[in-house]
Design a protein. Structure first.
Length: 67
């Protein structure tokens, strides 16, 4: 009986460690997804800015050609 109590305590503590490790892995995975989504959003925004700048340049060239 004396040996059973420490064994049960060790089993309970190891289960807590597994839960903590699992939670940390899940959090890391979510952060990775957030970073990847942020990069995609930034790339899309840069493309839109580039397209808008091209339109402005074309508009300027068009106005200069009309003069």
């Amino acid at each position: 009986m004396r040996q059973l109590v420490p064994l049960l305590a060790a089993a309970a503590l190891s289960a807590c460690g597994l839960d903590t490790a699992s939670s940390a892995a899940t959090a890391a995975s979510l952060k990775k997804q957030e970073v990847e989504q942020g990069k995609k959003t930034m790339d899309q925004t840069q493309q839109k800015i580039g397209q808008a700048m091209e339109q402005v340049q074309q508009s300027q060239q068009s106005r200069e050609a009309e003069k």
